[in-house]
Ligand binder design. Structure first.
Ligand code: NAP
Ligand code: ZN
Ligand code: ZN
Length: 356
């Protein structure tokens, strides 16, 4: 197999659904004609990494290296590569391939590829038939079509979470046309939620944040929310009824969806971004019907919109609010993320992986 002659890298892998992340040396495929080899500088820690590694969304193949908020610099390119050059600051998000031919792919929505896009980790690499491994590692090889440019104005570490948290919130904000004159609710103040507030505010929308953590209220305002509804503050919930045009729900576990839906005005839409592994009751049909409300979902974003989001962030000087960690801290970071104790994204310094 090509792996035998591949490029050696150091990674952090889980060996089964219960074990912690531990060092693992493995190989990337050799650089093909359309491939870009990237030295990974930083990788964000997304809650999806944990859901996946723990088998919460279904059985996995192990060892598994998570990570899909990847930024770094190009160190080699294949002979047919035209979009990227050695030394470029680049990013890789949640997908590394798709069929490129179906209706969704032709529309630049590779994330909805009808034949199934290839996940950056826990997928099957089309070139080798081997499992894909993610960005908790020192290097990666990706087809140039799935590599995006990171604007020079952005700090590389703070840009890493844009590759998932950024585009996952940007895509529905654009699709549902958030902007001046619209009122947007953001639920859950973690990696996705804090980027949703920043992006919605930068697009000109009026933002209301919903959080279960009173200690995050001031941060929500600083990030751009005009108002904050904390935990079970009944008068605050009542006063928001029938007021919002769009809600982005980024909560990672079961919660009361019906109560949130009731804050939507006529024709408002609530978009489920959080992917709770535990089931939630279907909201009341009267809640939906009485104001012609929509309950929707959205999955990451396509490559063109990922680039558009990065360019927008470059122009507006928007990055994530991050806590930088070394390879040694990642297991503790996962535990803290489960407790909601993250301000607001952990980002791994990937040069520290494999340093013993
Ligand atoms: P995160 O950083 O852990 O943030 C989730 C936040 O939700 C927490 O900080 C907390 O905020 C709130 N929360 C957690 N459990 C809750 C509960 N049971 N009830 C109420 N609030 C709760 O996670 P993330 O990385 O932003 O990801 C959030 C979810 O989105 C995960 O399920 C992830 O897998 C999913 N995701 C989906 C996509 C997609 O394409 N749709 C992409 C990336 C991630 P407060 O303290 O403010 O309440
Ligand atoms: Zn993610
Ligand atoms: Zn396709």
């Amino acid at each position: 197999m090509p792996a035998a002659a591949g490029i050696p890298v150091a990674g952090l892998a889980v060996r089964d659904a219960a074990s912690p992340l531990a060092p693992w040396a493995f190989q990337r495929r050799t650089v093909g004609p359309r491939d870009v080899q990237i030295a990974i500088h930083h990788c964000g820690v997304c809650h999806s990494d944990l859901h996946t590694a723990r088998g919460e969304w279904g059985a996995m193949r192990y060892p598994l290296v998570p990570g899909h908020e990847i930024v770094g610099r190009v160190v080699a390119v294949g002979r047919d590569v035209t979009r990227h050059a050695i030394g470029d600051a680049v990013g890789v998000g949640c997908i590394v391939d798709s069929c490129r031919d179906c209706d969704a792919c032709r529309r630049g929505l590779e994330n909805y590829c009808e034949r199934g896009s290839t996940g950056t980790y826990a997928g099957i690499e089309q070139q080798t038939g081997l499992p894909t491994q993610g960005g908790y590692s020192t290097g990666i090889v990706v087809d140039e079509a799935f590599v995006v440019k990171v604007p020079a104005s952005l700090d590389l570490a703070a840009a890493a979470p844009l590759l998932c948290a950024g585009v996952t919130t940007w895509s529905p904000l654009r699709h549902w046309e958030a902007g001046p004159g619209t009122r947007v609710g953001v639920v859950g103040l973690g990696g996705l939620g804090h980027m949703a507030i920043r992006l919605a505010a930068a697009l000109g929308a009026e933002v209301t944040a919903f959080t279960t953590s009173p200690a995050k209220a001031d941060d929500a305002r600083r990030l751009g929310a005009q108002s904050v509804v904390v935990a079970d503050d009944a008068p605050a919930w009542r006063s928001r009824r029938n007021s919002l045009d769009l809600i982005l729900d980024t909560v990672s576990g079961p919660h009361d969806v019906d109560r949130l839906l009731r804050t939507l005005r006529l024709d408002g839409a609530m978009v489920m971004l959080g992917l709770s592994p535990d089931p939630m009751p279907f909201p009341g049909t009267f809640t939906l019907a009485s104001r012609r409300r929509t309950l929707a979902g959205s999955m990451i974003g396509g490559i063109p919109e990922t680039q558009a989001m990065l360019d927008f962030c470059g122009t507006h000087g928007l990055g994530a609010e991050i806590e930088r960690i070394t390879a040694h801290d990642v297991n503790i970071a996962w535990q803290r993320m489960v407790r909601g104790d993250v301000r607001y994204r952990f980002v791994i310094d990937c040069e520290t992986i494999g340093m013993g």
